[in-house]
Design a protein around this ligand. Structure first.
Ligand code: ADP
Ligand code: MG
Length: 314
């Protein structure tokens, strides 16, 4: 398969901060690629550079063979953008917003009209087409935003955290739509800080943290990196002194990391099954009143934890 996107050493500096730091990767034609990382990791900055909205400090990328630096007008023909921030006119109807966006993307006349109706069908809002955006829920606004990104039939669609802060039905609909668009041949670049979404959608995942791409591969390849390390999740009584318990578990047996969370601890250890009993005893000695304990098979969240020592969400 050919690459639809090839990012080479992309970097964006803001003063001393490297918001995106020497990032290189490929997206294959027909793939769903997710960039997974916590808030502030550099996802939006990466998408903004790749979609030619923001100039890199250094590095370049090719989209369908065209450079984002030198051929940005060509690049824009092939890409659709669904930004994190909603970019719609509240006082206009859904239909009016989409016609406006279409004209900005050089669509006109019969073709524009046909596409507007097609994309309204894709996002299942045909029956609300003549209502003003200000009467829409957050999830419906997101869907209109997606429709705007689809108007000119992009080969590659950039979606920046399209499900944050919306209702579960809209979220479900958006995830199903991403899969459907992909099945029809569209390549997707998707960013999220939700492990479940990356897990459900992606052919390959890049994990980004503090501007650096710290891992990339299929989900199997990534979870294999964690090797024989399992995670154990302990839920404790809310009044337990977690930092103190954590310090007494640190380095115990085969435990390599202990993370304090709101309602308990997550430990990384080798051979969780055999370590479970001694860990329960040790945690009890340290004063933990354990409410539940379970072994978590390696997943994208534990990969992140393993690589950074921090939780994906905090
Ligand atoms: N225009 C800007 N000026 C200064 N710092 C910025 C700017 N945009 C983003 N940043 C910083 O760059 C880092 C990455 O931001 P961003 O790409 O928005 O992360 P994400 O989308 O993963 O949450 C953050 O530390 C953020 O504060
Ligand atoms: Mg962002």
């Amino acid at each position: 398969m050919a690459s639809i996107l090839q990012a080479n050493n992309l970097t964006k500096n803001y003063g001393d901060l490297a918001a995106v730091d020497d990032v290189s990767f490929d997206i294959q034609d027909g793939e769903i690629f997710s960039l997974l990382g916590p808030n502030g990791a550099g996802k939006t900055t990466t998408i903004s550079m790749l979609s030619t909205l923001l100039a890199p400090s250094s590095g370049d990328a090719l989209i369908n063979g065209y450079s984002i630096l030198k051929d940005n007008m060509q690049v824009r023909k092939y890409i659709g953008i669904v930004p994190q921030e909603i970019a719609l006119y509240d006082d206009l109807t859904a239909l009016e917003n989409l016609f406006y966006w279409g004209r900005l993307n050089d669509l006109n006349g019969q073709e524009l009209s046909q596409r507007v109706h097609e994309v309204l069908g894709i996002i299942d809002l045909t029956d609300r087409a003549r209502d003003r955006i200000k009467t829409f829920s957050g999830g419906m606004k997101r869907r209109i935003n997606i429709a705007a990104g689809l108007l000119h039939k992009p080969k590659l669609l950039f979606m920046d955290e399209p499900t944050v802060g919306i209702d579960p039905q809209s979220r479900r609909m958006i995830l199903d739509m991403v899969k459907e668009l992909n099945q029809q041949g569209m390549s997707i670049f998707y960013t999220t800080h939700y492990m479940e979404e990356a897990q459900e959608l992606s052919d390959r995942v890049g994990i980004i943290d503090q501007g650096k791409l710290i891992a990339i591969g299929t989900q199997d390849e990534l979870t294999r990196q964690v090797g024989e390390n399992d995670s154990i999740r302990i839920e404790t009584d809310p009044t337990d002194d977690l930092p103190s318990i954590a310090s007494q578990l640190e380095g115990f047996g085969e435990i390599s990391k202990v993370m304090v969370e709101a309602d308990g601890l997550t430990l990384i250890t080798k051979d969780a099954e055999h370590s479970l009993a001694p860990i329960i005893t040790q945690a009890g000695r340290a004063g933990a009143r354990i409410k539940s304990i379970k072994i978590i098979e390696p997943n994208l969240e534990t990969v992140f934890l393993h690589l950074t020592g921090r939780a994906l969400r905090d």
